[in-house]
Design a protein around this ligand. Structure first.
Ligand code: MLT
Length: 411
């Protein structure tokens, strides 16, 4: 009989959002008339900006004509898009990134999950806890995490607790580490790191010989002008960091799928011979072997984000979601809950009421208020006792959800 990759057996039983979807389905089967409000998964609900829709239509027409039809594109993205990214997302913030250091893809989830392939099978991984589950699970699948204990903590992972007590600011690892996943603005806590905190990480990575895998998928939600949008705004980051960026939350691309990863030519890691090898060449090799590029149509759509209308329309949507975040935060604070995040991020991270753990609160909200959120424990041990709601819902539904939660908490 063929043999499986045993590491898959070390994963938690289901991917967090699939598990939530399963519970919702079960609930709906038992309560077909309940009007559920979903503030669980961070999925866009507003339509694509008009400028993007127009660009998509035009690109479809191009594909339908012999003179403008395109087959395989460059695996790492069309220059018309990478040049816009280099200019608008980096140049405008005083950061020099060359277009060929940008690798366009079909999503940051896959990039963040795949990037670990470049590191040695026994590399040591550090993660914040709570954490976006993809960073951990992809390393479990690769066999790098070791075995889970009875509480689900893997013995080869270095966990960096982020709790209210430390302001959700992860401590530096206190032992040897090869790679660290950082996500700011943070999913799930909504916390951000200022320039000094990011500098501390870059300086640490330089002295420790580690690589920072920096997920900036939510940078468009930063409101505070002093908070960096990119790790590359910090001096020295080019030598030690790669950055994941996504159009999912920036321009409603959760279903349309387009993202990019920046791998500066200067960032290196060590071969077993001791030689410093640029990750840029390895990622190019990996992508050109396993990926054929994001679709032309989609990259045309993404490039419309950088037009003045596209920028304005995308901003309007972000403001809409951030207004929802404010509605949730203010409403729940009024109801007496302790609430974090929601100021520079679309996520609200709250402490569960006394006597309820995070799945207990999930069940209470689902059964009594018909509101779906995400239990903090699903993001890690240090997420226990917390709960996540998102600003990505419809406005009226968000207001209704807050009213329902408030009324349930009063009882
Ligand atoms: C979330 O809810 O955490 C996000 O939707 C996850 C993702 O972007 O894949």
């Amino acid at each position: 009989m063929a043999r499986i990759n045993d590491n898959y057996l070390r994963l938690k039983s289901g991917y967090l959002f699939s598990e939530i979807a399963r519970r919702i389905k079960e609930f709906q089967a038992a309560h077909p008339d309940a009007k559920l409000i979903r503030l669980g998964i961070g999925d866009a609900t507003r339509p694509l900006p008009g400028a993007i829709v127009q660009a998509l239509h035009a690109a479809v027409d191009e594909m339908g004509r012999a003179e403008t039809f395109r087959g395989y594109g460059p695996e790492t993205g069309y220059e018309f898009l990478t040049e816009l990214i280099a200019k608008h997302d980096y140049g405008a913030r005083g950061v020099t990134i060359a277009p060929d250091e940008i690798f366009v893809s079909d999503g940051s989830k896959s990039d963040a999950a795949n990037f670990q392939e470049l590191f040695s099978a026994d590399a040591i991984v550090a993660l914040t806890d709570p954490v976006y589950p993809v960073y951990l699970d992809s390393n479990v699948m690769a066999g790098r995490a070791g075995a889970p204990d009875s509480r689900g903590a893997y013995d080869r992972i270095v966990y960096l607790p982020c709790t209210a007590e430390n302001g959700f600011d992860p401590p530096l690892p206190d032992g040897p580490v090869d790679m660290v996943y950082l996500c700011f603005p943070n999913n799930p806590t909504g916390a951000v790191l200022g320039r000094a905190a990011l500098k501390r990480w870059v300086d640490w990575a330089r002295s420790a010989g580690a690589v920072l895998l920096y997920d900036a998928a939510y940078e468009a939600y930063i409101q505070d002008p002093d908070v960096p949008h990119s790790i590359f705004e910090v001096e020295g980051a080019r030598q030690v960091a790669v950055e994941f960026r996504s159009y999912s939350k920036t321009a409603g691309f959760t279903g349309t799928r387009c993202a990019y990863t920046v791998v500066p030519r200067d960032v290196t890691a060590r071969a077993s011979t001791g030689e410093a090898v640029p990750l840029h060449g390895l990622w190019f090799r990996r992508q050109s072997t396993k990926f054929n590029g994001a679709p032309y149509l989609i990259q045309r759509g993404a490039s419309a984000i950088y037009t003045p209308e596209g920028q304005k329309q995308a901003r309007t949507t972000i403001e809409y979601y951030m207004h929802n975040a404010r509605v949730i935060r203010d409403g729940l604070e009024t109801a007496g809950l302790t609430v974090y995040g929601g100021r520079n991020a679309p996520y609200i991270w709250l402490k569960t009421p006394a006597g309820l753990d995070s799945w207990g609160f999930f069940d209470k909200l689902l059964n009594e208020a018909h509101v779906v959120g995400t239990p903090g424990a699903g993001f890690g041990r240090y997420g226990e006792g917390y709960f996540r709601l998102t600003g990505f819902g419809d406005r009226a539904a968000t207001e209704e959800a807050v009213a329902r939660i408030k009324s349930r908490l009063k009882r």
